[in-house]
Ligand binder design. Structure first.
Ligand SMILES: [Zn+2]
Length: 440
C-alpha cells in the first residue's frame, strides 16, 4: 500500500477553521488542503501532515480561518468620491454625485476606483463582491487581474446626462454575457439601477434578458420614501409591485436596501425566494430609514450585507457593517435576541453567497467549494480573551486583524501585504484624481 503523502498546491495547518457549513462546525487544531483552487480536504493538523505534502504551506499559528466575506451590494469606483458629499438627503446627494460622475468617469478612472475598492475590501476579509457601475467590462477585467471574485454585468438606467453611455445597449450586454459565462471568478448578472430611473419598456426588456439567460438580476428597491413617490408617479405602483409584474421577484433576484416594505411585501419576498442586500450605513447616513431586517429574517427572507458605494458609507468594511446591522435591529425592535452574532456572520458569508447566486461555490469552507477565505489573527487586545468566535467576528474585530486573504486558492494578501495589486500606486493616483474632482 502506498502511504506517501499526496501532493497538493497549498496546505493551511495548525489553526481553527470556522466552516459555516450547515452544521456550523468549528474545527480546532485543524488543517485544510487546497488544490487547483478548491478545498479538497479538511481535518486535523496531525493527519494532514501524514496525508498531504504541498509546495506552499501556511502555518496558521493558532489563527482562525473564515470563509471570505461576500459584499452583496456596492458601486466600487465610488471610492473616488469617498466623503465628497456628506450630510444631505438621498435625492440631493444623488444630484451632486451624478453631476460629478458625468465629468469624472471614464474607463480609466472607473478601473482605478475599483482597484482601490478591491484593496480596501481584501484588507477587510472580503473575497467576493457585487458591483453595479459604468464600464463593467473594464472592471471585470481589473477584477480578474487582481484575482478577486466579481458579480457584475450591464446596468440599465435612463438618467439625464448619461445618454451617451452605451453600456445598456442590448448587443453589448449579450456580448458580455456570452464572453464571461464560463470565466473563473466572473459571475455575470443583469442589473437595473431602479424602477424610478427605468421605464416600463426598459424593464420589460431587462426581464426578457434575465429570463432568457437564466441570470441573476440586481436592482435598488424601496430605498427611500422619495423613491416610492417617484415610482408611483412613473409606474403607478410600489417598487416591488412593479418588479413582480415583470416576474422579477424570484430566487435569482437581489434587491438592494428594501427599507420601506409592508408586511405583505416581506411575505412576498420570502415566498418567491428573493434576496435582500442590507446596507445599514448607507441607509442611516442618507436618512433613508432602517430596513426591518429582523422581521425579514423571521419571515424567512434571505438577507446578505452590503456596504453600498464608498460615497454613502464611507468605507467598505463589511465587519463594521455587520456590527451596525446587529446593533440597530436590537435597538429598533427593543429585543436583544434578534440577529444573534452567528446569524449575522452567516449573512456576511453563506447567506451573502446565496444572495448573489453562489452558495454552491463560496460562503462556507467545505470540500468541493472554492478556496475563498480569510485568516484572522485572534491575538490582538481587542479580541482577548475569546469565549465565542462569532461574537468577536461581529462585535469586536477590526479590519487590521485580517492577516491573509485567498481567492480560488491564490493568496492575494499575505501578512497584510497586497500581492496582486500595487496599493501604493493606486492610492497615489486616486489622490491625483481627487485634485481634479475638487476643481469641478
Ligand atoms: Zn447602491
Amino acid at each position: 500500500m502506498n502511504t506517501s503523502p499526496k501532493p497538493v498546491d497549498t496546505l493551511l495547518t495548525g489553526g481553527t477553521i470556522l466552516t459555516m457549513n450547515a452544521r456550523r462546525e468549528i474545527l480546532t487544531d485543524a488543517a485544510m488542503a487546497v488544490d487547483v483552487g478548491k478545498i479538497v480536504w479538511l481535518g486535523s493538523a496531525e493527519s494532514a501532515a501524514q496525508q498531504y505534502q504541498s509546495q506552499e504551506r501556511i502555518d496558521l499559528n493558532g489563527r482562525v480561518v473564515i470563509p471570505g466575506l461576500v459584499n452583496v451590494h456596492g458601486h466600487w469606483a465610488m471610492t473616488l468620491m469617498r466623503g465628497l458629499v456628506d450630510d444631505c438627503p438621498l435625492e440631493q446627494w444623488l444630484a451632486k454625485i451624478w453631476r460629478v460622475e458625468a465629468e469624472l468617469i471614464s474607463p480609466e478612472t472607473v478601473v482605478l476606483g475599483s482597484q482601490l475598492a478591491m484593496v480596501e475590501m481584501m484588507r477587510g476579509g472580503t473575497t467576493c463582491a457585487a458591483d453595479m457601475y459604468w464600464y463593467y467590462q473594464d472592471v471585470t477585467e481589473a477584477a480578474r487581474e487582481a484575482g478577486f471574485r466579481i458579480v457584475t454585468g450591464p446596468s440599465f438606467a435612463e438618467i439625464e446626462g448619461f445618454e451617451d453611455y452605451r453600456n445598456t445597449n442590448q448587443a453589448i450586454a449579450i456580448e458580455y454575457l456570452d464572453a464571461y459565462r464560463e470565466v473563473p471568478l466572473v459571475h455575470p448578472c443583469i442589473q437595473a439601477h431602479s424602477a424610478y430611473t427605468t421605464s416600463g419598456p426598459t424593464l420589460e426588456h431587462v426581464a426578457q434578458l434575465v429570463h432568457d439567460n437564466g441570470l441573476m438580476f440586481v436592482t435598488h428597491a424601496s430605498e427611500s420614501k422619495g423613491e416610492l413617490a417617484l415610482v408611483q408617479e412613473r409606474h403607478g405602483k410600489r417598487p416591488l409591485e412593479v418588479l413582480d409584474g415583470y416576474g422579477l421577484l424570484r430566487e435569482q433576484t437581489l434587491l438592494a436596501h428594501c427599507v420601506h416594505l409592508t408586511d405583505d411585501e416581506i411575505a412576498r419576498l420570502a415566498e418567491t425566494g428573493t434576496s435582500v442586500a442590507h446596507c445599514p450605513s448607507s441607509n442611516l447616513k442618507l436618512s433613508s430609514g432602517i430596513a426591518r431586517v429582523a422581521a425579514m429574517v423571521e419571515m424567512g427572507v434571505n438577507v446578505g450585507i452590503g456596504t453600498d458605494g464608498a460615497a454613502s458609507n464611507n468605507d467598505l468594511d463589511l465587519f463594521h457593517e455587520a456590527q451596525l446591522a446587529a446593533l440597530v435591529q436590537k435597538g429598533i425592535t427593543g429585543n436583544p435576541q434578534v440577529l444573534p452574532a452567528e446569524k449575522v456572520f452567516a449573512m456576511l458569508t453563506i447567506d451573502g453567497a446565496r444572495a448573489v447566486g453562489l452558495a454552491d461555490q463560496v460562503g462556507s469552507l467545505e470540500v468541493g467549494k472554492s478556496a475563498d477565505l480569510a485568516v484572522i489573527d485572534f491575538g490582538a487586545a481587542n479580541l482577548t480573551p475569546c469565549y465565542d468566535l462569532y461574537s468577536h467576528l461581529v462585535y469586536a474585530l477590526s479590519v487590521g486583524d485580517v492577516q491573509d486573504v485567498m481567492v480560488a486558492g491564490r493568496l492575494l494578501m499575505k501578512d497584510r501585504a497586497m500581492l496582486s495589486l500595487d496599493e501604493e500606486a493606486i492610492r497615489e493616483e486616486a489622490n491625483r484624481i481627487a485634485c481634479e474632482v475638487k476643481a469641478l
